[in-house]
Structures are given as structure tokens and as C-alpha cells.
Ligand binder design. Sequence first.
Ligand code: AMP
Ligand code: MG
Length: 344
Amino acid sequence: MNTIRLNTNEEDIRRAGEIIRSGGLVAFPTETVYGLGADALNAEAVASVYKAKGRPSDNPMIVHIAKMEDMDDLVDGGTFRISPYAKILAKQMWPGPLTMVLKKSASVPTVTTGGLDTVAIRMPMDETARSLIEAAGRPVAAPSANKSGRPSPTTAYDVLEDMDGRIDAVIMGGQCDVGIESTVVDMTGDEPVILRPGIVTKEWLEGVLGCEVHYDKALVTDEGTEKEAMRTAPDQGGPAPKSPGMKYTHYSPKAKVRLIAGDDETFGNRVMELGVEAFREGLKPAILEYGNDPNKAAHKLFADLRELDRQGYDIIFIRAIDTKGAGFGVMNRMIKSAGYDIVK
Ligand code: AMP
Ligand code: MG
């Protein structure tokens, strides 16, 4: 298949919309990462997204909408029936990097939701993304536009690296602002539960809602603290996450990744030891360190992992980031890209 490169002009967006309407796949920029879009209501089109990505079929997709009315047909009983908290978040946080899990309507095929009776919905902020959804004239199911397991793409070139020849088109937009995927929050219970952390933090949501917001227990320790969160892989005795996608290995470059925690001195010493060891084994090591700026780390992490692969590094030492605020979401990606290999 020849993957068409499209621009962000009106005519190309219209063309991209037509491709989606006729059951095809188009990768497009959003403010978080690039998405691989298909008509969310067309089961066959959605099935071909799983195939193009090599994504496990129990890992549901986020359905992207352009305006509030688009949600009506997707949720059980229409927008009118969603909880007051969900209404507030839709109003205050959309468009933006927040995904809400709600009870689904019969219109959403189960292949889109990985067999669940809930649907994840987001209204992206990115203008190109919203114009594409409008041009398609239907909700767009879009996981990240990478091959399953690889770091999410934050540029059109990253998308082509994984998907050239496997999808109908790519919209060649710029680099994504946020750089990690949206915060996913389950709104089906009495109080919201964060299933996947992101730059929209727990504190931010609590401030907007005036109620307590919880983390899925797979993200935190028994005491509910974030500090030692997510340290054990689900298949090695760690807790099973509620969000199907959170249990898979993820975000991995070709190079081996090791996450190094600790203060400046510990970090320096460890990198020295491990670096020397790597050289002895004939491996080319690289170091990624982001200081204390979680937004910058989010913006750069996936792009850096892909770039280091291109430059032929064999092993990447990432310095663990403080898990305060948005750092929690970044740390979640770091831990997974390291395959839970954390050097203390
Ligand atoms: P991606 O599309 O690669 O950004 O991943 C989407 C994330 O949203 C995955 O972690 C999914 O497991 C999660 N997700 C999507 N739909 C649902 C749902 N109905 N319930 C729980 N998690 C969901
Ligand atoms: Mg993904």
C-alpha cells in the first residue's frame, strides 16, 4: 500500500476525511501524540487499525470527537445521562489532553472498545485533529500511530518510521506539544478514577471538580502513595490495571533502557559503573536526563528514544524524574519503556 503524505491545508484535510469515511486509515497530529484514525463506528475499519499496529484486540481505542454534540450518539442514554462530574470535565477540560471512560451506547461497535461496555472519549485541542474529525463527519477511533510496543510518535516522520506502507495516509503536521498520551479517567463510578496518568494531574482534576479523584490501584502502592508506584510488572506479581492497555509492554525503543533512580551522586556513580560495563561489552550507551521539568520531559521523552535508536545507541540510561504532578505520568512511561528495569 502506498501511504499518501497529506498537508494540513483545507483540501488535504477534506481528502483525509473522505479516506476515513470510506473505511481507510489516516495518521494525524494531536496535541498529545500522533493518532492512527479510523471511523469509530465502522467495525471493519477499526479492526484494520489493530492489524496495522499489531495491537492486541482487547486493548480499546479512544474515540475522538470535534464538538460536544458528537458525544450524544456514543454514550448510553446520550450526553444528558452522563454524571454531573463528567459534564463538568467535558465543559472545563475539553478540548484538551483528557480522556473520559463512560458507559457506551449500542452505536459503538465492541471492536472499538475491546469488548468492554464502556467507551473512552476525548476532544483534542489540536486544530488539524478537530478539522479532520469534522471532515470525516463521524467520531474517529485513534490509538497512537506507532507499531504496538514502540514509543508513541510525536512527529509525522516517527509515524512513517513505523507505518509507511501499512496505512492510507499521514497528515504531515508539526511536532506534538504535550508528547505523552492523554490522562484517562474512568467516570463510570461515584468518584473519578485515573486509569492512565498524563499531564492533566489528579490535583488538577480535584481542583476542577471539588471532589476526591483516585488512582487505579495498579498505579499506586497499597497506601495509595505515588512514590513507589508501578514498580512491578503485572506479569511479575504487580497489580492488574483496570485499563487493558496499561498491562502491555510499551514505549520501547530498540535499545535496552534502564531507569536510574537516586540523588545526583548516586545517579552519577551508577551511570559511571553501568557505562563502563556497557563499553566493555561493546555497547554504545546514552544518557537521558530532564531535570525537574515534567512538561519538558513529556515533550521530549518519546522523540529522544526514537532519535537515539536512529543514532544506533544500544543502551539508554534514563534518570528517573520526580513523581510530583505531571512527573507521575512521565515516570509511568519511563518505567514501561525500561520494561520495569529500575536501578536503585
Ligand atoms: P492509546 O490509544 O494507545 O493512547 O491507548 C488508549 C488507552 O486508553 C489504553 O491504555 C486503553 O486501555 C485505554 N482505554 C480505552 N478505552 C478504554 C475503556 N473503555 N476502559 C478503560 N480503558 C480504556
Ligand atoms: Mg499507544
